[in-house]
Design a protein around this ligand. Structure first.
Ligand code: SF4
Ligand code: SF4
Length: 370
């Protein structure tokens, strides 16, 4: 049988099949949009058509029950249409202003047993939006920290800024649970990065049976791995040796070879970076810089990480001018004052020797006086 016209469940169907009718009709013909209030946008088309969007916070991992409830809301208010953003926010769209208030009231009335919002409205404009993040302990093999846990704990301390526009500008937070970085930690206002601090363990007994040794060697970006013959009991087996001084704890070897694990309760934790952005407003796009070299993993609520992030956000909120992103503010006042105002200690761990000027580091800057 020919393959075309065959209905399968492999891969998503073409996205435009799911457009709400008003989006399909006005595609490419939108005049402008405004944020009416935190979490609520209006887009106006050349034809005069309007679309009102209500953004609510979601989570990267959801129960089927919650997804069913989202679909029920979409059926009730939005003719069955719903949209997920790349930051796991959920957007409900209506094509008539009269439908907006009932939708918002319905969303705000739905709460968990403890009284917190199931569908908090917000995440737009000069505030915090959902934290883009990776997979963490629940799914990936190389995480140095969890993803959903610290993200939930951080958003709990920043929740009022999810619901309001009281920050100087938007504040983008991201989390990647290892430095392979499936999140956007290189270019976020605040980035939470999982970091290993110990080289891989070598399970010589199984290494040659579990792994393609040349692949493990080739996977290392710093050429720290070489082939080795090792004694296991009386037998000599093929394995690898790691030059620990060259290892940067990236975990690439573990991706290739399950007999080279590097997760370690003591060694693993969180690095905080700040000041990155992709926008070119006020200044060019920037990479994030490391400002806290290590915070231990503290599940389930990560109190040291969240308290440090809150201090940074509060200092930024109090000190920055309107429209200044966190990195713009730090550069205007000077990074030395940034560390003072955020009550962060500047340590030698924050200095690196990466020479590429694209990655403008503390050591290279002529302005930094510590
Ligand atoms: Fe896995 Fe690292 Fe990606 Fe996290 S950032 S999901 S640990 S590869
Ligand atoms: Fe090389 Fe990274 Fe493995 Fe270290 S963790 S040995 S740097 S691949």
């Amino acid at each position: 049988k020919p393959m075309e016209n065959r209905i399968t469940d492999i891969g998503p169907q073409k996205y435009d099949k799911f457009y709400p009718p008003v989006i399909a009709k006005n595609k490419g013909k939108w005049l402008y949009h405004e944020i009416i209030k935190p979490g609520v946008l209006v887009h106006v088309a050349e034809s005069g058509d309007e679309v009102y969007t209500v953004r609510v916070g979601g989570a990267r991992l959801m129960t089927v029950t919650l997804i069913r409830e989202i679909c029920e809301i979409a059926d009730k208010h939005c003719d069955g249409h719903v949209r997920w953003t790349t930051r796991n926010n959920i957007e409900f769209m209506v094509d008539d202003k009269a439908k907006l208030d009932p939708l918002v009231k319905d969303l705000e009335s739905r709460k968990f047993d403890g009284g917190s919002f199931k569908f908090p409205v917000g995440g737009t404009g000069a505030g915090v939006t959902n934290i883009i993040h990776t997979q963490g302990w629940i799914h990936c093999h190389t995480p140095a920290t969890d993803a959903s846990g610290p993200v939930k704990a951080t958003l709990d301390v920043l929740f009022e800024d999810f619901q309001n526009h009281r920050l100087p500008a938007q504040l983008r937070v991201s989390l990647a649970c290892c430095l392979n970085m499936c999140g956007a930690v290189h270019c976020s206002d605040i980035a939470i990065l999982g970091y290993h601090r110990k080289p891989p363990l070598l399970d010589h007994e199984y290494l040659d049976k579990m792994c393609e040794i040349p692949l493990a060697i080739a996977a290392c970006p710093t050429a720290a791995i070489k082939p080795a013959k090792v004694k296991v009991g009386d037998a000599e087996v093929k394995s690898v040796a790691v030059n620990n001084d060259r290892c940067m704890f990236c975990g690439n070897c573990y991706t290739m070879c399950p007999s080279m694990p590097l997760a370690d309760q003591e060694g693993d934790g969180i690095v905080l970076m700040v000041g990155g952005k992709v926008s070119n407003r006020i200044s060019t796009p920037k990479f994030s810089k490391v400002v806290v070299a290590f915070i231990p993993n503290e599940p389930p609520r990560w109190p040291s990480t969240t308290a440090t992030i809150k201090k940074i956000v509060d200092a930024y909120s109090a000190g920055a001018n309107k429209y200044e992103r966190l990195g713009d503010w730090a550069e205007r006042i000077g990074w030395e004052r940034f560390f003072d105002k955020c009550e962060l200690e500047f340590t030698h761990h924050l200095i690196d020797d990466f020479r590429d000027p694209a990655y403008y580091t503390w050591r290279q800057t002529t302005q930094f006086k510590f």
